[in-house]
Write a protein that binds this ligand. Sequence first.
Ligand code: ADP
Length: 708
Amino acid sequence: MRSIPRPSTLKDELQVLFLAVGSAFLVLATVLLYQNGQASLRRQLLASASTAAEAAAALVSLEDHRSLRSPQDLNSRAFRNIVQSLGALRRANPGIVHLFTIAPVGKLGGWGVVVDMGGSAPVRDERNLVRGRLPIGAPPPGSLPASLIQEGMGGTAARILDFANPSRARAVAVTSIVTPNGASVGLVVAELSAANLIEEVRLLWYVSIAIFLVGLVVSVFASNLASRWVTRPIEELSRGVDEIAKGNLRTRVSTHSRNELGSLASAFNLMAQSLEASQARTDEQQSLLRELHRLGSQVASTLELPRMLETAARGIRAICGGEEAFAGAMGPRDSAVRVWTRTGPGTLDMQGWETPADLLEDVLGGETRLLVRQEFAAAGLSMLLDRPGEYAVAAPLRVSDQPIGVLVALGSRGQFRAEAVSLAALFARQVSAAVGNARLFEQVRAVDRSKSEFLSIASHEVRTPLTVMKSSLDILVSSPKFEYTTDQRQLIAFCQESVDRLIRLVKDILDVSKIEAGVLSIQFQPTSLNELIEKCLFWVPQLPGGQGIEVEARLPSEPAMVLADPGRITQVLENLISNAIKFSKPGGKVTIELRSHEREYEVIVSDQGKGIAPEDLERIFGKFYQVADSATREQGGTGLGLAICKGIVEAHRGKIWAESALGDGSRFHFALTRVMDTPIGDGAEGQISVDTLLSSLRKASARASRAA
Ligand code: ADP
């Protein structure tokens, strides 16, 4: 069995409720209407019948009626009198289906017909309605109830008989024919056809049904309207809540109704309005914070103080508002803010501007404040009195609780944002950190510069006596004037070796200092890598351990031309090859390969030594880094060779890297841009002409020398 779907919305529920109540009223009203109508129609018919009977009783002569007792009286004058009187009545009333009088006969209380006028209406059922006239003395028709006769004795009684049977239905009225002194001499019986009544009742039934159906349709509409009327504000509110939940805070609901729902809608609108306003405030704050973050990053993106201050001045104005803005800073040992930058309309000479830090501290006390014009001088900002602004948001810049400068946004009160002071304080904190970093960086750079200078000077100073020592030792060994025992010779050889090492170390330190100071001098010239590698192979056997190692070079037949300083690239090659030999096992093999690529030449020095662990691969190019194992230490060295190689290769705009795995040997690569002797623009895309590259590299090298 299918279940009836339950109403799912308030509107449906209300509609069903309204419809049910409406229908109940409708049924009640229809039934009442029908019953009242029917009763009234019946009353009318009964009244007509009674009127007819009473009229007939009034017309009948008492004397005449009393004298008629046997069928022979038919031709009597009395009979004719009564027939005449009643005939007129019968003709005047076409609804009468039977009109007759009866009178008591005999002593047993029976009744006999006196005058039968027949009927003026057509008789429908001959069996039940008397068509012909009954003779005088005949018993009354059996369809006339005895109880009705009894009632008629006391006045007039009327009843509708056989109403359910349309062919027999009739209204029967019985009334007494009384003498002036109240004695009854008989009864008049008037039967009126109920056919019309039945028709009218049927019509009434149809009308009632029609009214019911129309009422039903109207009540469906009305219930729909009523439920809508009730639920529309609720639906509207619910839609509003949905929209708010989706984030559409501009949603409003209509507030036409004046009842509680209307108040609820007004409250909803107020809530949406305040939500929208607070969302707008949040959005604005978020965008301000984003802007703050962006400006903070911009300030921190440079380490140059003037540029940093320029960005800071623009930032404070963007964040706070105002007509113009200033950013000032002081040097590490200064007591006043003397470096000023400004942003705003027009230009301004800020030469000689000076804000004593103690005045700034006195007025601001390390806090960001909105200053009025009268306070400018006290805060050390008297130069701003020439400017048009009446108010200034002043945010001190501080590092380690010490003042280092100030940010100022100047303008009229209305030009500043409500949160200008708190935002300026946040921004000032970012700028302070950036200025602090810039100062730190400057200090580190200065220390580094002086360290490199010291190393360079010290190395020079050390190299001279070392060179003297080396020459003296060489003379001692080679001069025939001196004769030595074997032990003495051995000792001199140790000294020579140590002096050589020291000279190498000093040379390396010098190179590293130059690289760090960016002043390594590089003499660029077209250079053939093949030639440099071949030259290196000559002295390989002289290297310590070089005799036991096989060294193989795989070089292309055509020259690999690069723009390079041959001396420096030879230094790189020597370093890589000597490392490869140094870290090879006896009988191992070292390969030097030269590969040609589209834009560069690549040199690979590989060995079959013990290799380098992955965690050391990146670090071996750092200064003084040696892989921490005893084997490495045993081989000697300074830990500077690869750092110098990196510096030299990068000064050539090339790259250097290593590949290795423990136990699998090492491969050191470096790549330099190849030079094609072809001018740019003749189809050899990406290749650079010798002249172009040479001139650009010379310019770079000249710049580096100037900087030194
Ligand atoms: P060093 O003078 O100590 O050789 P380098 O800068 O030339 O200084 O090398 C740094 C360290 O890198 C070396 O001490 C060594 O541990 C490691 N190394 C360099 N070349 C090789 C190689 N071919 N095989 C294994 N380890 C190497």
